[in-house]
Write a protein that binds this ligand. Structure first.
Ligand SMILES: NC(=[NH2+])NCCC[C@H](N)C(=O)O
Ligand SMILES: [Mn+2]
Ligand SMILES: [Mn+2]
Length: 300
């Protein structure tokens, strides 16, 4: 099924981590002409604007190690409803972050529509921490754990059900910075991971072929959650938690092109673009170029 219509929605929220500025991500991505770029592909594009979240009075939640828990939960609750509506209307939801904590709301809204939702987590990190294992208390390091039903009740129950995703329906691509607790969870839950080691060893072509075959067999829809820090910081410097030794710009294009050919992706989000840390909007431009490939742009 080819994509007829895309609905773009931003969640300019930077409260899931400690470096301010990633709330300007949606704006930077729009400046890099996302709407114009996708319209050239003969797809109808509507821009629904941004969900507005408040500013925190006090970052520390009493009694938890979770920074800005209530505001993060609130923003994600609103996002889940909007994403749910977009799919209900038959459109493809394209969500712009914001830090990666917004995947909690995206996945809540998307998962309502699929029995066996697949997730591709394109990221240097696993984002599988919990309140107990997190080294930082930053919720952007937790959304994947939350989505499999592990974490604070105010997060896992967003949109009224849990869990959102089965661990065996998840594929992480590009991992190179995993905390001990995350490694344990990966082993325990049988989450499929292509770390940088596999990408080096097998090449991106084979990694994506295996990823696509794996998800095609077991899922009825696939969400792409692309954290720009999955891409090497040389190509995407405007991120809050850069990790050297990442996926190159070309490999990332190849991955997106293969996903476009697969016709597997049913929703997508691009997160962690931080214009304050960027060089002349380079990272937002990379994000938009990758979206172009994901939605079928060709070089000739
Ligand atoms: N979405 C991200 N960039 N996550 C980075 C997480 C870093 C670290 N693992 C933490 O839990 O704090
Ligand atoms: Mn990351
Ligand atoms: Mn992430």
């Amino acid at each position: 099924m080819s994509i007829q219509k895309i609905s773009v929605i931003g969640l300019p929220m930077d409260l899931g981590q400690a470096r301010r500025g990633v709330d300007m991500g949606p704006s930077a991505i729009r400046c890099a002409e996302i709407v114009e770029r996708l319209e050239k592909l003969n797809i109808e594009v509507e821009d629904l604007g941004d969900i507005i979240v408040g500013r925190p009075e006090n970052a520390d939640e009493p009694g938890t190690n979770l920074k800005n828990l209530q505001l993060v939960a609130k923003g994600n609750t609103q996002l889940a409803t909007r994403v749910d509506e977009i799919i209900e209307e038959g459109s493809f939801p394209l969500i712009l972050g914001g830090d990666h904590s917004i995947a909690i709301g995206t996945l809540a809204g998307v998962a309502k529509h699929y029995e066996n939702l697949g997730v591709i987590w394109y990221d240097a990190h696993g984002d599988l921490n919990t309140e107990d294992t997190s080294p930082s208390g930053n919720i952007h390091g937790m959304p994947l754990a939350v989505s499999i039903g592990i974490g604070h009740p105010d997060l896992i129950n967003i949109h009224g059900f849990a869990p959102k995703v089965k661990p065996e329906n998840i594929v992480i691509i590009g991992a190179r910075s995993l905390d001990e607790g995350e490694k344990e969870l990966i082993r325990e839950k049988g989450i499929k991971v292509f770390t940088m080691h596999e990408i080096d060893r097998l090449g991106m072509t084979r990694v994506m072929e295996e990823c696509i075959d794996y998800l095609r067999e077991r899922t009825d829809g696939v969400h792409l959650s692309l954290d720009l820090d999955g891409v090497d910081p040389a190509d995407a410097p405007g991120v809050g938690t850069p990790v050297i030794g990442g996926i190159s710009y070309r490999e990332s294009h190849l991955a997106m092109e293969m996903l476009a050919e697969s016709n597997l992706i049913t929703s997508a989000e691009f997160v962690e673009v931080n214009p304050i840390l960027d060089e002349r909007n380079k990272t937002a431009i990379v994000a938009v170029a990758l979206m172009g490939s994901l939605f079928g742009e060709k070089l000739v």
